[in-house]
Design a binder for this molecule. Sequence first.
Ligand SMILES: Nc1ncnc2c1ncn2[C@@H]1O[C@H](COP(=O)(O)OP(=O)(O)OP(=O)(O)O)[C@@H](O)[C@H]1O
Length: 959
Amino acid sequence: MSSADNRRNVRAGYRNGGATVEGLIQNVDFSHPSLNDSLEGEIQAFLINEDQLHTYDDLTKVNPVTPTTVLKCLQARYSVKVFYTHAGCTLVALNPFQPVPDLYSLDVMKEYHYASQPQEFKPHIFIVAEEAYRNVQGQLEPVNQSLVVSGESGAGKTWTSRCLMKYYATVAASSSVMKSQDTVERIERRVLDSNPIMEAFGNACTLRNNNSSRFGKYIQLQLDRCQLLVGASVQTYLLEKTRVTCQPANERNFHIFYQMMKGATDQQRKEWMMSQDQCFAWLPNSEKTVEEDCFDETVEAMVHLGIHAERQQQIFRILAGILQLGNVSFSSSTDESQTCHLSEQSEDFLQRAAELLCVPAEELQTCLRVRTLKAGKQNVLKPCSQAECSVRRDCLAKLIYAQLFEWIVTFINNSICADKSTWCNFIGVLDVYGFECFQINNLEQLCINYANEKLQQHFVAHYLRAQQEEYVSEGLQWSFVKYQDNQSCLDLIEGSPISVFSLLNEESRLNRASDAKMFRVRLEKELSDNGNISWDKFSKVPHFTVAHYAGRVNYQIEGMVEKNKDPVPAELINLFEKSDNPLLQEIFADKKTENPTNRGLSKVTVVSKFKNSLENLMKILHTTTPHYTRCIKPNPDCKPLTFKKEEVIMQLEACGIVETIHISAAGFPIRIPFQSFMKRYGLIAKYSKLRSQCVDLEADNNDALQQEVKKLLGVALHHLSSDRHSSLVHCGKTKVFLTQAMLDLLEDQRKKILSRCAFSIQCCWLRYQRRRRHTHRQSATLIQAAVRSWLVRKKVRRWNRAAGVIQNKWKKWRTLLKSLAEAELDDAKDVVEEDVPVLNPVVRERGSVQLSTIPEPVPVRGWPMGLALASAPSITVSLTATGFQKMMSAMASLNLPSRRGQYKVTTNQYTEELASIRAQPKGSVKLHCQRSPLLYADRHPDLKSDVRGFNEILLEKTL
Ligand SMILES: Nc1ncnc2c1ncn2[C@@H]1O[C@H](COP(=O)(O)OP(=O)(O)OP(=O)(O)O)[C@@H](O)[C@H]1O
C-alpha cells in the first residue's frame, strides 16, 4: 500500500467528538504532529478551489476526506441546487424543501432506466433504484434488495420512499406488453394509492415536519420472473397512537381528522354530527393548513383501493365518534363510592359519540366510569376516579384508532398483495421515523430511537464491520478504519438479561401501580455499568439519559411503565364487540382474540412487541442486498435552500458518513464467492478470443477455483493496462473483491458476449426457420399434387360411371325404339307397299332434333290410321281431330310412347289435302327432344344401326 493510502487510512481512524465544524477539525487526533500539519495543509489546498467543490459527484473522490471537506462539497452542491451526492455505498440526499422541477419526471426515470451505465449519470435516487432493480435482474445472491432510507424527522425519507415506489411502478410496469394493461395499471396505481391513505391516517404535522410519519413502514414490492411489479405488501411499525388523545404543544393530531373537518360536505357534517363551528379538544391548531389536508385525495385513493362508500361511511363515523369522545370531560365526585359526574354538555358529546360508534350511550357511560374487578368468581363494580375515567376514555379512543389503522393496513395488503406463486423476488423500501429528541421524551421516543439504533447497527454490521473483517480474513492488505459501533447502546436498551426494556417489562408485569422514582433507582442500580446511560443528579424529574449514536436524549420515566402496559379494559372490548357498526364489530372481535388480558395470560408489552417486529425486520434485511440512502435535513426550520452547517455536520457525524467514504474509497464494495463468480462470468473466458487461456468452469476445489478465477480475470483485463485495473479487483481466499467500476467492466464484457451469442442463436434460428419453411413448402406441393390427382381420378371414375349409365339408358332407348319400329312395321304390313319414303332427320340445335323430309316426295304405301286421322281436314271428315288430339293420334300411329316433358312430335301432314288413304303422304314430322338433366344427354345416339319402317324414317339422321 502506498504511503498516501496509508495516510488516508490513518486519517480515517479518528473519531470526532465535537459538534461544530471547527471542533471536528480540532479534534482530529493524529499521533504525529507533522501528519496533522500536512492534513491541515491538504484541507486548505483542497478548499481553495471553491468553485470546483460542487463538481464532486462522489465524495470518495474528495481528498482528503474529512468532515470539513465533505461538508464544504455538500454545501457547494446544495448552493447550485444539486441535491444528491454519492458517498461510496451510500447516497446522500439533501432536502431542498421546495419542489424541484423535472427532477423526478417520467423522462428522467426513463433516462436512468434505459441507460447502459446509470452510475455515469448525475447522482440521483433513481440510480439507487435502478441498481437494486438490475441486481434482481442479475440474480446475484442475495437477489432480494432492501432500500434503507434513514435520516432525522423532516429529512425527506417519506418523500424519497414515494419517489422509489413511483420509479418501480413506472419502470417495472412499463415494459409489460404481454400483460393486460388493465391489471398492470391497477396494481401500480393501487400500490401508489396506498400512500395517501396511510399518510392521512399515520402522519401528522409536528414541529419538525408538517408531514411527519408517526409510524414506521417496510414496503415490499413484489416482482415476477420478468421483474415486473405484480403486487406489494406493507408492514407497519408502532403507530404513535397517543397522538390521538394527546398532542404535543404546537403540533397536530393525525391528518385525517383535519381532512374530515375541512373537506366534509354539509351532508357529511350532518351525518357525522360535526357542525362547522364545533371545536374539538383533540384537534388543536386546526387553523393551521398544511399541504396534506386534502380529503378528496384520500377518499379517491380509498375508492381505488376498493374501500366502498358504505365502508368509508363506517370509517368516518368512527373517527367522528372519537372526536366527540374527546370533548367528554369528567368532574370528580365528592364521594368515592359514587361515579364521576358529567356536565350537561359532556353528556351531549357522549350521547353523540355513542350514536356515532353505534353503542348504547348508557353502557358507554358505565364502561367509562365504572371498573369491573374480579373477586373470585364474582364481578365487583368499582367507580373510577376522575383521572381514571379520563384514562379510560383516552384508552378507548387510542384503541379504536389503532385498531382502525391496523384494519386499513390489512385491507391495503389484501388489495395489493400478489399471490405467493406469482412473484419470486422483492425490493423492500424501509421508511422508519427519524431519530427524535424533544424537550420531553417518553416511551414513544425510546422506541423510535431504538429502531434507528437498530438500523444504524445494521449499517455498521453490514458495511463498516463485516466488510473490513472480511478483507482481513480473505487476505487483503487492509488498515482497519475505526468506526462508531453502537452495540453498547443497543445492549443498554434491549440486551439480555438486564436492559432498559427488560426492566420496563418486569415493572409492567407487576400487578401494582408503578413508581417513577423507584424505577429510576432500579435502573441506576442495574445499568450504571453501561457508559451509554447517565442521570442528572440534580434533576427532580425522574429520568435517564441515553447516549445514542445520533446524540443524547433525556427520557422521562413518569408514565413510561403505564404506556408499556398499554392496558385495555375488557369491558370496553365487550361493549364495542356488540357495536352496530359492522367495522367496529369486526375490529373488536379481532382484538378480543389477541388481547391476553382477557384470558389472564402473561401480558405482551409494547416494547416486547416492538422488539419482536424489529427483529423480524432485521432478519429480512440480513437476507437482502441493502442500499443506503441518508437523507439530510439542511436546516431545522424547513426553509427552502437554506444550508446550516452545524445542523448538517451533526447528521453526517451521526450516520458515520466519513468512515463510510473512507471504506468505500479504499475498499471493494462488491464481494462475490468464486463459484458464483465463475457461474456468471465464466463465459467471458469461454467465448474470449484468447483461447489459450482456457478456463475450467467445472473446477470444484477452492484452490483450483481460485486459479480459474485469476485466469478469468486475466482474460477480462488483458486488453486493459494492468496498472490501472489491478486496483479494481482483488482475488481473496474464497471470494473476488470488486469495485463498482470493475463490476461494470465485467458486466459490459458479459453483455457483449451474450449479445454475440444471441446473434449467433438468432442466425441459426433464422436458418433453421428458412429450411423448415422450404421443406414445408415442398411437402405442401407434394400433398397438393397427390390430392389433385386423387380428385381427378375420382372425377374420371364418376364420369365413367355416368357414361355407363347413359350408355345403358341409350341402349335401352334404342332397344325400345327398335321394338317400336318393329311393331310399327308389323302393323303396317298390310297397307304398306314397296318404296317406303326415307326421311332424313337434321339436327338443328342442341336438344332438338328436326326431322325434315327430303325434297322429293317420298312414296308411302299406306297411311297409318292415326296419321290419316291426324291429317284429315276437319270439314270433310266427320272424325275430326284437333290440337292435342292430332298430336296424340300422330304419336299413336307412329307407336311412340307418350313421355311427358321429354319430347314432342309435330307434323305438317294434316296440312296436306288427303286425297286418298293410299296416296303417298307428303310433309315432315318433327320430334322435339326436351333438354335432359342427364350429363351428356346432348350426345347423339349412334345412328348407324339399321332401323326399318316408318319410325326409322323419322329418327334416321343424315350427317
Ligand atoms: N426531494 C425533495 N424535493 C422537494 N421537497 C422535499 C424533498 N424531500 C423532502 N421534501 C420536503 O420535505 C418535507 C419533509 O420530508 P419527509 O416527510 O419525507 O420527511 P421524513 O424524513 O419522512 O420525516 P419524518 O421522519 O418526520 O416522517 C416534505 O414534506 C417535502 O415538503
